[in-house]
Write a protein that binds this ligand. Structure first.
Ligand code: GDP
Ligand code: MG
Length: 163
């Protein structure tokens, strides 16, 4: 069995952008039944001879704040149950939100390794935005830019180190 890496985080932080950058081929849009499975996309990825499965846990549509929160809790729960490594993605342009804190609280309780990615760090003027994410209490935040492909090597090194 290949290790499973799940990407969780609130809508619009850039989860799918990261997923698309790290993957070539999509395996499947799992089972077309309502609820848990419909909104997860699995794909194979590889880094330095480590093959793994990456899951994009993105929601169907961002609705209200309440629905986003319950959806995120569910996705974090799925990730905690099924993944070998969890990538928790946040938005370095927006900073820490209430929803981030909720998910962080769930992730702090698992023994699974969590890699904290601060996305949208597109240029050096944004580096300082990364530090506040230490306050989530789940380790060292890694600044990345999924759309520009910055910080991908360091992020992947950190992910595969937990396999
Ligand atoms: P998801 O909802 O978490 O899957 O987020 P998406 O991958 O759909 O991205 C949401 C928005 O953020 C899109 O407009 C992306 O182009 C943008 N985005 C993603 N990654 C970056 C990044 O590294 N920098 C910037 N500036 N925008 C990004
Ligand atoms: Mg998405």
């Amino acid at each position: 069995m290949k290790p499973i890496v799940a990407v969780v985080g609130r809508p619009n932080v850039g989860k799918s952008t990261l997923f698309n950058r790290l993957t070539g081929k999509r395996i499947a849009i799992v089972e077309d039944k309502p609820g848990v499975t419909r909104d997860r996309i699995y794909s194979e990825a590889e880094w330095l001879n480590h093959k793994f499965i990456i899951i994009d846990t993105g929601g169907i549509e961002p609705y209200s704040e309440d629905i986003i929160l319950s959806q995120m809790r569910r996705q974090a729960q799925i990730a905690i149950e099924t993944a070998n490594v969890i990538v928790f993605m946040t938005d370095g342009k927006e900073g820490i939100t209430h929803a981030d804190q909720e998910v962080a609280e769930m992730l702090r309780k698992t023994n699974k390794p969590v890699v904290l990615a601060v996305n949208k760090i597109d240029d050096p003027t944004k580096f300082n935005n990364v530090y506040e994410f230490f306050n989530l209490g789940i380790g060292e935040p890694m600044g990345i830019s999924s759309s520009l492909g910055l910080g991908m090597g360091d992020l992947l090194d950190e992910i595969v180190a937990h396999f």
